[in-house]
Design a protein around this ligand. Sequence first.
Ligand SMILES: [Zn+2]
Length: 345
Amino acid sequence: MEGWKLKEGTISFKQIDDFEVMSLIFRALGPSSARTTSYKFCFFKSLLDNLFNADNRNLSIPFRNIFTTFTSIYYNLIVKWDLFQMSSKNNTVCSIRKIIENFVVEYPQLNGTFIPFESLKSSLQIELINRVQREGMKYVIGAFYGDTNGQIFNFSKKERIVWLNPSAYKTLVRQKNMFEKINYFEWMKFLEKCNENDKLCRLTSKIDESTKRINLTQYRDFLFYSGQHRCAYCGKELSISKTKTPVDHIIPWSFVKDDKLWNLTLSCKSCNSKKSNKLPKNNFIRYAVRRNNIIQQKYKNTNLVKLDFKNYSEDKYKKIYESALLNGFDDEYYICKYNENYLLI
Ligand SMILES: [Zn+2]
């Protein structure tokens, strides 16, 4: 299907099982479907990274969310790592690389030392996202829709929204880790064809960490000043030197791929590094849910809370925890029995 020409994709969703979803996705990512650029891999990563931001009622995700992630990934891969995203056979660069390169030339403050996308001024971020989204709307969304027979999501360019097929959504969440790895593998194979060897070292980290935020200050400040002064896991008193206090992802970042207040807490350095990629025990999530209820009530007019809790629900958080277990995350991290007192603010 020549999906990229479509203004909207509205094929009725069928109830599809895990194997049908896998087969659609594998085919879309695999070598049998057309790929002159890496757009589809970047798009699929952006979709996976935004799964938990889908609206609770109708599983919609605004283009804006997807293209914010998409732009951040490409900005870091292209400007920081100089990775070509189009087969060198074509002797040209892909249109999104051109957009990003022109942007960097246009704004002299971006020349010289590399500034990660997340650290750009928000006006610059918005400008670049607008440009990339215009191009991505033309060539990326419809193409992926076509490659997956319209059974993973529907979309409308007018409303600038994708709607996920509920049964596909379930599979994507249940098998998130696997889909992510397959996408990385195909993307890496593709990048190996487009780039010289010296650019290809540490390729998984370059892709996987392309959206990792360095600066979580606003979360540290929020949690600290709203009253969390102890490590959520061992209860150790936290230093007032707040830049050194780790902001911990309760369900590991490597699963959620996002920084949202409902999944963040403060911890001491030792717990933060020992916990690393592990999940806390199930009862900790009950405390976290209670803490989140308090935040939502007490700080409902705060922008950060409004924004971060927009698509949050207690049930969803518990399901994300269960999915992380299902995706192979270890839940052996020890927590102190008094820890509810430490987590609550
Ligand atoms: Zn601790």
